[in-house]
Design a protein around this ligand. Sequence first.
Ligand code: ADP
Ligand code: ADP
Length: 228
Amino acid sequence: MIEFDQVSKRYADGTLAVGDLSMTAPSGAITVFVGPSGCGKTTSLRMINRMVEPTSGTIRIDGEDVTAQDPALLRRRIGYVIQHAGLFPHRTVLDNVATVPVLEGVSRAEARRRAGELLERVGLTAAMGKRYPAQLSGGQQQRVGVARALAADPPVMLMDEPFSAVDPVVRESLQQEFLRLQGELGKTIVMVTHDIDEAIKLGDHVAVFAEGGRLAQFATPEDLLAAP
Ligand code: ADP
Ligand code: ADP
């Protein structure tokens, strides 16, 4: 599980992005950060893998303070998926997925074999693995982004608006496939979205952020829907 314990973040220019956030994202579940633009969702997400350091407070993963861990090692245990998949443009799709394991010492042949399996799991063919990212649709590129994040088999996945850049029909199918995959994998996932419908559809738990990075509500989708 991921615990935020009285976490605040004030950027150098004085902006209070997150104010006294305390909450827990349970293990093996999808927790969605939802709320309007600028209310501290992305900042909160990036404090988990230390892309952003809190001004005060503590974040723990399975009881361990993230600041006690080497950021590079920490990020191996934490997959990261962003809105525009952020793929390496000059590497094939297969090598996009295989690159990080190779850097971590897995042989190229083994990394490519596993990358092929992962691409299949996210619904892409071997032929697509041979293409370059620009030769795939936006929806397909997002699948590659997910496969790449899964390549290290991280227990934790952070996802920042992973389905926002694709059209509504593709989004719907990506969301369904994502839920199916998570049903098999049971990762601890924290996802950011500005779309309350997406939060309700995908979240096991929903953290509703408000102005100043304050937590307005932490609830299950059922409770949110039942609220007057
Ligand atoms: P959200 O993800 O909810 O849109 P962010 O966490 O990106 O919110 O931003 C929260 C607030 O912090 C906003 O007011 C934003 O402008 C500000 N902010 C984000 N990143 C920086 C930065 N690097 N420096 C200064 N202010 C920032
Ligand atoms: P999606 O609905 O997933 O966004 P698109 O309508 O963008 O898909 O693309 C439909 C098909 O065309 C896909 O199979 C994709 O692989 C292929 N395709 C899209 N862009 C290119 C491109 N630049 N070069 C080759 N094939 C492409």
